[in-house]
Design a protein around this ligand. Structure first.
Ligand code: HAM
Length: 419
């Protein structure tokens, strides 16, 4: 016998009822974006490898260790996208959208691929809902993006998602700060790996979670204290607008994101019920990104929210967001009533009532069991004698009450009862 296949390591199958929850989460997280004027965009799941090296950054773990890169039969180096921003910016530049109305506001959803060590909340394929607002550097837009993410979590009923906020400065203030930080890090007792990281991207060392490193970082210079005038003003304005919008946040001067393209406003949503993989979403502004993929010198801002982790957060807070019922009505035809049952199912579905049917010529007992399992509110039993009299038995599956209804009125009666 052949050994059965299993899903690849670090991936999982999304089956009902969790799959229904997944759709509800994607819907809830993207709805606020639509309400704020973002339009749907879809880009390929694989891109030119160089797009990610250039945008996400060669020194990041995502690019240096986690990419699924392969050569296609035409000898091109392609990579399964590890995140959504680079592809969207590539498409915006390729199709010259920045020559039109600015900002260009887009939302997207889909899987991303990272070769990470799998654990709870960390997968090799994960799904994000994201938005990008490109072409305008206005602090009010930063606040809109952040509030849109916060609204998605709020709408789902999550209460333990905290917003962490920071500014990473820009090309004016970051180089000088970087040097100061490097100098500081040079005086610490760090292992060879961390020392190398301090050389390539010292800001990332600030994010080190190990207690022995953390203790040494207590007195590290912070970017928040070293922002240039323009970045400070921008950040102050973002906070002013967030207050206007009623969004609460925590200052996180050590928040460094795992991708290199960020400048100025950066943020992350952390959920307290998730253990070590606590970031349910994150994003920020990116000044140089559009230019780095061949577009004009315009900045943008966006976020990516983790759908898989949001589902874990809902579970941690005991929130159910999807209706577990498969259908509202379940039809049970007996004997010659099958053709009429098929017709009725079609009529109910056209009327917007979700309807299933007992297939396979099961007896009454088995079919009623299937009706119960379906989660339907009503069963419609059509026996041969009912058929002769032009009626059906409408059974309330919760109370067990049963009434005979004329088949010609069945759709309207059911609609009324469901409303
Ligand atoms: P990111 O922080 O790398 O940002 O990912 C966004 C979210 O995706 C994370 O907060 C997390 O919830 C989820 N996520 C990331 N990796 C995994 C994984 N291995 N397993 C499960 N969930 C994961 C970005 O990707 C940026 N493109 C966001 C952005 C858009 N910035 C500006 N615009």
């Amino acid at each position: 016998m052949t050994t059965p296949f299993t899903a690849p390591k670090g991936t999982y199958d999304l089956l009902p009822p969790a799959s229904e929850e997944f759709l509800a989460v994607v819907n809830a997280l993207s709805r606020p974006a639509e309400l704020a004027g973002y339009q749907y965009v879809q880009t390929p799941m694989f891109e030119d490898t160089a797009l990610f090296t250039r945008s996400v950054g060669e020194s990041t773990d995502v690019v240096s260790k986690e990419m699924y890169t392969f050569e296609d039969k035409g000898g091109r180096s392609l990579t399964l996208r590890p995140e959504g921003t680079a592809g969207v910016i590539r498409a915006v530049v390729e199709h010259n959208l920045l020559a039109g109305q600015l900002p260009v506001k887009l939302w997207y959803t889909g899987p991303n691929f990272r070769y990470e060590a799998p654990q709870s909340g960390r997968y090799r394929q994960h799904v994000q809902v994201g938005i990008e607002a490109i072409g305008v550097d206005d602090p009010a837009l930063d606040a809109e993006v952040i509030a849109t993410a916060a609204e998605g979590f709020r709408a789902l009923g999550l209460t333990q998602a905290r917003l962490l906020l920071n500014s990473l400065g820009d090309a004016t203030c970051r180089p000088a700060y970087r040097e100061r930080l490097q100098e500081f890090l040079g005086g610490l007792d760090l292992d060879a790996d961390t020392r190398r990281r301090a050389e390539i991207n010292p800001l990332r060392v600030l994010d080190d979670k190990r207690p022995e490193v953390r203790a040494q970082l207590a007195g590290a210079p912070l970017l928040a204290d070293n922002l240039c005038e323009a970045c400070r003003e921008h950040y102050d304005e973002v906070r002013g607008y967030l207050k206007e919008l009623g969004v609460q946040w925590e200052e996180a001067p050590r928040l460094v994101r795992g991708l290199d393209y960020y400048t100025k406003t950066t943020f992350e949503f952390q959920h307290d019920g998730l253990g070590s993989q606590s970031a349910v979403g994150g994003g920020g502004r990116y000044d140089g990104l559009v230019e780095s993929v061949g577009g004009p010198a315009l900045s943008g801002i966006g976020f990516g929210l983790g759908v898989d982790r949001t589902m874990l957060a809902l579970r941690a807070e005991g929130i159910a967001v999807a209706d577990p019922a498969r259908c509202q009505v379940f039809i049970v035809p007996l004997g010659a009533a099958k053709a009429r049952a098929v017709t009725l199912a079609g009529e109910l579905r056209r009327a917007g009532v979700s309807t299933d049917l007992a297939y396979g010529g099961r007896g009454l007992k088995g079919a009623m069991k299937a009706a119960d399992r379906s989660g339907a509110r009503y069963a419609v039993v059509i026996g041969e004698r009912d058929l002769e009299g032009g009626t059906a038995q409408l059974k309330d599956l919760a109370s067990g009450d049963q009434v005979a209804v004329p088949l010609t009125d069945a759709v309207s009666t059911i609609q009324e009862k469901l409303s």
